[in-house]
Design a protein. Sequence first.
Length: 189
Amino acid sequence: MVVHSISRYLLIILSLFLFSLVIIECKSIKFSTSLSPKSLDLKIEKLTHLHFYLQAIIGGDHPSEVKVAGPNTSFIAFGTLEVEDDNLTVSPDVNSMTIGRAQGILASADQNELAYLNVLIFEFTKGVYANSTLSLLGRNQIDVPNREIPIVGGSGVFRLSRGFAITSRIRFIPNSSVVLVFGCYVLHY
Ligand SMILES: *[C@@H]1O[C@H](CO)[C@@H](O)[C@H](O)[C@H]1NC(C)=O
Ligand SMILES: *[C@@H]1O[C@H](CO)[C@@H](O)[C@H](O)[C@H]1NC(C)=O
Ligand SMILES: *[C@@H]1O[C@H](CO)[C@@H](O)[C@H](O)[C@H]1NC(C)=O
Ligand SMILES: *[C@@H]1O[C@H](CO)[C@@H](O)[C@H](O)[C@H]1NC(C)=O
């Protein structure tokens, strides 16, 4: 009887000891804290509309869009992968003021129609938007006017942003250049 109760006490003490080890372990691996949005100066969300033009050079010695992989059939065949680094300007004129760059990847990803998986970063270089970026990710049917591409985030002025971009091709000179117009609607702080 006595032996029995001693072993029970030992069991309880052992359990408490193990339980405290678990608590210590939990404390030592804690790596997050709750913050108020105000601590990052996140107060009122606002909506900004940006309007600009993308200048793609697709011919000559210094193209701003290059095919990096894909089938050897056509430039737009399913499986084609392109990388771009284009100027963004304030008007359709290629020589108008540059306000940033569009850097991204186009992957021809639809077996039935012309549609790309598009990963695109707008990097702005002028005014309050200098050094700020917007990240776009979506399906890009390059022949369709007023197509919509989601804006999934950003940095700098556009930290924690989200929104959408509407884009159309407004000029196409084969083996030379393409001009797109972009209207971006961005919610940010
Ligand atoms: C791709 O096509 C070009 C011209 O049509 C040809 O010269 C080249 O050898 C081809 N490359 C491959 C890997 O098939
Ligand atoms: C892009 O804009 C910069 C600055 O305006 C200019 O120097 C450069 O030549 C432009 N690049 C292209 C490919 O138009
Ligand atoms: C952008 O970055 C450059 C260099 O990193 C800096 O000189 C400039 O002041 C920055 N501009 C803004 C608006 O933050
Ligand atoms: C564009 O260039 C390709 C090869 O570089 C050529 O086959 C094609 O005919 C050219 N198209 C035009 C409209 O010049």
